[in-house]
Design a protein around this ligand. Structure first.
Ligand SMILES: O=C(CCCCNC(=O)Nc1ccc(S(=O)(=O)N2CCN(c3cc(Cl)cc(C(F)(F)F)c3)CC2)cc1)NO
Length: 241
């Protein structure tokens, strides 16, 4: 009995090595696994389920095969792929998860988040995020022709790249107070998130008791995954790509 967590693969056509590593991961690590959680930024970009690129289709069918073999798959939006919709999830045999979501992980209530909402010091980003997550804005975006959306995505990606270069590293990490606030709001002693690309297991205090914040790693030089099993502390694993 085991549950796996990954995030921040940032799958895109320019990184077929990461896509290959993910397909191998599905083959080698998921047999016998009950559940696979993908906690955001699974894809580097997403402008609608109707784009249907070869990469998106290949990944959907690989996930569907894992689902058909008996592993439940859960997908959470990240700051990149927040437009992934029900249509794609159905094709991938995945269930879309709200951010945040509390699960019972072998008896321990565990708060799952992508993690970008925890970076409250980056006020400019939080404003951008609120805009992007606005349902009217999303409806407007998805109603535009695909070519328009592809153009807007290129512009937004370039703008984002430029903005983030100038940002202090520190503000692009989670705000400790926000972590505690979320864990106390949900009454949990364990949180799992991605986004910051700073994989680690942190000890902290929440609800006046010891707590743990587990940060998943991004897939770049290494692949990262978290394994949870009954009666054991979750373990963070890394392997060269
Ligand atoms: O961690 C930090 C900082 C973290 C970095 C934050 N940056 C970041 O995520 N950038 C970013 C994310 C996604 C893409 S995209 O290419 O996938 N794509 C672009 C067009 N999207 C769109 C959607 C909607 Cl609803 C509305 C529009 C509209 F109308 F405004 F154009 C566009 C959909 C998504 C491009 C860049 N700080 O702490």
């Amino acid at each position: 009995m085991s549950t796996l967590f990954i995030s921040d693969l940032h799958l895109e056509e320019t990184r077929p090595d990461i896509t290959g590593a993910f397909l191998r991961f599905l083959d080698e690590k998921t047999p016998g696994t009950e559940r696979l959680y993908i906690l955001g930024d699974f894809f580097e970009a997403w402008i609608g389920d109707d784009e249907r690129t070869p990469l998106q289709e290949q990944v959907a069918s690989a996930l569907k095969a894992v689902c058909d073999r008996g592993t439940e798959i859960f997908l959470m939006h990240g700051n990149r792929d927040f437009l992934i919709g029900e249509d794609y999830c159905q094709r991938a045999g995945a269930t879309l998860l709200d951010d945040p979501t509390v699960i019972d992980l072998y008896g321990t209530p565990t708060l799952l988040m992508h993690g970008d909402s925890l970076c409250t010091a980056d006020e400019e980003y939080q404003k951008f995020r609120a805009n992007m997550r606005n349902p009217q804005m999303q409806k407007m975006m998805l109603a535009r022709p695909l070519e328009d959306r592809q153009k807007m995505a290129r512009q937004l990606r370039d703008m984002s790249m430029a903005k983030n270069q100038g940002k202090a590293e520190a503000i692009m990490d989670v705000t400790p107070e926000e972590v505690v606030r979320e864990m106390e709001a949900h009454g949990v002693q364990r949180m799992i998130h991605g986004h910051t690309h700073r994989p680690a297991i942190h000890d902290l205090t929440a609800n006046g008791q010891p707590a743990k914040r587990i940060v998943l790693g991004d897939w770049d030089e290494n692949i990262w995954w978290l394994t949870a099993e009954p009666g054991k502390e979750p373990e963070l694993h890394k392997q060269p790509l």
